[in-house]
Write a protein that binds this ligand. Structure first.
Ligand code: ING
Length: 310
């Protein structure tokens, strides 16, 4: 039994005018609740410190740098690190990362109970577009403000298990989970900011968005015998609605807990990492069952399809 009581800390909306200090105060309040509930780990959403700024067009990309953190801990997040260390709380959260050499990533980190950053992930699957698109009901400019992640899909041995991270759109791609599954991942923590309407397909509304979200996360968990913690930033940000749907999914792909609101809300579940063992040793024992040498044009890597033989 390797139980870890996880607090999925959904954040409600963050308005464009809201300060990082105000957001960090909300995050610390949720952390205090998690501590009171006996949770050793809290997971926050993607881009947890600011509004979902890729919906806003900046002609001059340098203007968008105000949404980024140039260091971590940054001055705004130092109180969060201090509170976590004081409470002995491990945490994960997403933020916009600007590196010293001027690169921009949609990033998440995993911080242990002593306040050390033990893992970093940079979002690989960036949805949206680079230039202003007047055809869309709202902009989704992640490709304008971020570069694709350059760290791959690592996993880390910490907190008594094998942990991995991904971010938002990554969760829609089976390779994301399998890359970590092949490394024995037992718990994947991810944050998301998902508009409840599709900017290009008006008919796709909240119900279908929630369906695709749950389908993707439950499949990823089941097909790799891993826990998945998926945490929303939700609610109406300056008139733009983000869906909720914070989930804790077990290694059988079952939703064991989910948010009921679109505000700041803790979703808590005691996750036994040993629940991953049966799946990894039977139906998804990759070594015994996954015959990649018989897959034909798909190489040993996940899903890499060789160009057609001429
Ligand atoms: N948001 C959305 C997401 O992947 C999206 C964008 C929604 C893309 C639905 C495709 C379909 O959940 C982010 N931030 O990636």
């Amino acid at each position: 039994m390797r139980e870890i009581k996880v607090a999925a800390a959904q954040l409600g909306p963050i308005q464009k005018a809201e300060s990082r200090a105000a957001v960090v105060a909300r995050m610390i309040a949720l952390m205090q609740q998690a501590k009171a509930e006996g949770c050793p780990l809290i997971v926050y959403p993607e881009l947890a410190l600011t509004t979902f700024f890729p919906r806003w067009y900046h002609e001059d990309r340098a203007e968008a740098d105000s949404w980024f953190e140039a260091e971590m801990p940054s001055p705004a997040t130092q109180p969060l690190f201090d509170a976590a260390r004081a409470m002995g709380m491990a945490m994960s959260f997403g933020y916009a990362e600007k590196t010293p050499d001027g690169h921009h990533f949609n990033t998440s980190i995993l911080v242990d109970a002593a306040g050390n950053i033990v893992g970093k992930y940079r979002k690989i699957h960036l949805p949206g577009h680079v230039e202003y698109d007047s055809e869309r009901s709202h902009q989704h400019l992640e490709k304008r403000y971020f570069e694709p992640g350059d760290l791959g899909f690592p996993v880390w041995r910490t907190l008594g298990g094998i942990f991995g991270m991904c971010i938002c759109n990554d969760r829609r791609w089976p390779e994301t989970y399998r890359e970590m599954g092949l490394q024995g991942v037992e718990m994947i923590v991810l944050g998301f900011n998902t508009p409840s309407v599709n900017s290009q397909k008006g008919a796709e509304g909240l119900a279908q968005r929630l369906f695709h979200h749950k389908l993707s996360v439950q499949a990823g968990a089941y097909q790799n015998a891993t826990w998945v913690i998926a945490v929303a930033k939700a609610g109406d940000e300056d008139g733009h609605h983000l869906m909720g749907g914070t989930l804790i999914v077990n290694p059988d792909g079952e939703i064991v807990a989910e948010s009921q609101t679109e505000g700041d809300e803790l979703v808590i579940h005691a996750c036994d990492l040993d629940d991953t063992v049966f799946g990894k040793e039977t139906i998804f024992d990759f070594a015994r069952h996954r015959r990649i040498e018989h897959y034909g044009r798909i190489t040993a890597q996940v899903g890499v399809v060789l160009p057609p033989e001429d």
